[in-house]
Ligand binder design. Structure first.
Ligand SMILES: [Zn+2]
Length: 236
């Protein structure tokens, strides 16, 4: 690779030196790459505001083994509606962070890229039941990256008869005969979560879930993601 041009999402931004930025970008074509944008924090920089989190950008860069060098950057979309609400912005940021932590560097990853674009577009369009869509996006992303949680049978004995607990460290549900610890999960909720993984993201809102189930689903998926990306649970 020498000089390249491509579209990407901004997953992470850090200040560097006096006026530079180090940005982690998720390209459709090249996967996750980290690049330096020299002078991007200068008052009159043409790169000012381009590399805000979750922006979709077009960049021209010199590809290097470790840190690419950005020579030009332009904003494609900054998702103003999504970012205008604290709730949707935080949820989208947590999906971005998940990608940042799970994606391997310098490896094309088409499936999670497609899910991420769809997810941001749905939030930007103001899709109804967006919280359910966010849970689905997270589950689908971990699944296509090889960490699909097992919801349909006990991960230890294979039994499909409950009652079940959800045990993030085991990667799915465990029947109460095999293990006593874990978060309670009903058979219905486990099957709904399984359906969210398999359905197209645009139809995530159709899976029927009660308010209580949705709130528990969010909690369980957060626990699972924390387990995957290695953030310890707070001491209780
Ligand atoms: Zn079991």
């Amino acid at each position: 690779m020498g000089i390249e041009r491509g579209e990407a999402f901004v997953l992470r931004v850090r200040d560097f030196a006096e006026s530079d930025l180090i940005v982690t970008l998720f390209f459709e074509e090249w996967g996750k790459r980290t690049a330096i944008a020299k002078g991007a924090r200068r008052f009159k920089s043409r790169l000012g505001g381009v590399f805000d989190l979750l922006n979709q950008v077009e960049v021209v860069f010199y590809a290097k083994a470790q840190l690419d060098l950005i020579s030009q950057g332009a904003l494609i979309s900054e998702y103003p509606r999504l970012k205008g609400s604290m709730d949707t912005a935080l949820r989208a940021l947590s999906v971005g962070k998940l990608l940042d932590r799970l994606l391997p560097s310098h490896q094309r990853e088409q499936a999670p890229y497609t899910i991420f674009v769809q997810f941001l577009d749905l939030l930007e369009e103001g899709t109804p039941r967006w919280e359910q869509t966010a849970v689905a996006a997270m589950l689908k992303i971990v699944s296509v990256l090889g960490h699909r949680p097992q919801f349909t049978a006990c991960v230890r004995c294979g039994s499909t008869r409950g009652p079940f607990h959800f045990v993030p460290a085991r990667g799915g549900v465990v029947c109460t005969k095999c293990e006593q610890r874990g978060s309670d999960i009903s058979r219905g909720l486990a099957l709904s979560l399984n359906a969210l993984i398999d359905r197209p993201l645009t139809r995530a809102g159709i899976v029927r879930m009660t308010k209580e189930d949705l709130s528990l689903a969010r909690e369980l998926v957060d626990l699972y993601v924390r387990e995957l990306i290695g953030i310890p649970r707070s001491v209780q």
